[in-house]
Design a protein around this ligand. Sequence first.
Ligand SMILES: *Cc1c(COP(=O)(O)O)cnc(C)c1O
Length: 380
Amino acid sequence: MAISDTAAVPARTIPFFNYRAAFTANEREYLEMISGIIRRGAFIQQQELVDFERHLAEYLGVKHAIGVGNATDGLIMAFRAAGLGPGDEVIFPSHTMVASPASAAHTGATPVPVDMGPDHLIDPAAIEAAITPRTRAILPVHLNGRTCAMDPILEIAERHGLMILEDAAQALGSRYKGKYAGTFGVASAISFYPAKILGCFGDGGAVITDDDEIARKVRLLRDHGRNEEGEVECWGLNSRLDNLQAAVLDFQFADYDATIVARRRALAARYDAALRDLTELVLPAAPGADPDHHDVFQNYEIEADRRDDLRAFLKDRGVGTLIQWGGKAVHQFKGLGYGDVSLPRTERFFERCLMLPMNMMVTDEDADYVAATVREFYGR
Ligand SMILES: *Cc1c(COP(=O)(O)O)cnc(C)c1O
C-alpha cells in the first residue's frame, strides 16, 4: 500500500487489541498444553474444566462456578434456572452490550431499558422509576471492570421483592466494598471472549451462584438437560465450556490478581496521571480513588470533546481506539422496538465515549505515546 504524501508514518502502531499476541506471549506453553489434551482425546467436560471451575469458585468465594459456552448463554440459563419467563419484566441499563437484555428476552421475559448514572452504570433512581407490578428482576451490568455501587440496588430489590441477576461479563476480579462482582445476586455470568480480561481462544463463559438449585439446573441446561446418570430431566441446550478453553483459562488464571489485574490497574494509573488535567475529557475513576471500588479495567473508556476528530487524529498516528457497540445504546437499535424510549444521559454518553488501548500487550511506552497524542490533539 502506498503511503500518501500528507500522512506521516506513525512513530508507533498500537492496535486497540492484538488477538494474535495473546497467544504468542506464551506460545510454547499453550501448544504443549493443547497437544497434551488432544492426545488424551479429552475434549468435553474433562478434568481441565473441573479444575478451572474449582479455581474460579475458590477465587470468588462462591459454591458454584459452572463453565458454559459463553456469557450470553450463561445468562439465559441462569434466568431460566431462576424461573424467569413470559409476563416478567427485567430492568437493565441501556448502556450495555445487547447480549445482556437478549438473555432475558430469550426466556420470554420483557427487558426494560433504563438510563445510567454519573458513574456510567445503571442508575438506581431510574430502576425505582421503572418498577411495575410485572417487574421480576434487575440486571445490573458491571461495565469496564467496575462493579456497580450495589448498596442502593440491593435495597431496592429487597424492598420490592425483586431478584438480582448480574452481568459480570466484563468484571472478573472487580469488587465493591470488598465483595466480588457477580456474587451479589442469585446468579451471574462472566465472559471469556478473547478480548475480555480473562480471555480464551474462542468463546467461553461461566455462571456463578451460591444457590444449589440454580447450579443444578444450569448444569442440566448446559448439557441437553442430562443429569450425571444420563437421564434427561428437562429440555436443555448444548452450551458447555470446551475443555481446551478451560485449560487455556486455568493457565492464565493461576496468578490473575498479581499479573493481569495489577498490570491493568497500573496502565490505568498511567493514563490517569498523564491525562487528568485535560478539561476536555472525563476519565474513569483512577485505581484507588474510591475505597469502595476495586476496578479491574476491562476497558479504559473516556468521554471526550470532539470525540470523532480525536479518534481520527489517533488513528492517523497509529493508535487504535474503539467506540463500543457500534456507538449505540440498546434502546437505540431500531430493530429492537424501543422507538419511543428516550434516555438522555446514555444517549449523550454515546456521542462522547471512546476506549483507549487497555490490555496486556500495551507497554508503558505505548500508554505514554497514546496519552501524549491525546494531549497533542487538544494542543496541550
Ligand atoms: C462480552 C459481553 C457479554 C457477552 O459475553 P459472551 O461471552 O460473548 O456471550 C455480555 N455482556 C457484556 C457487558 C459483555 O461485555
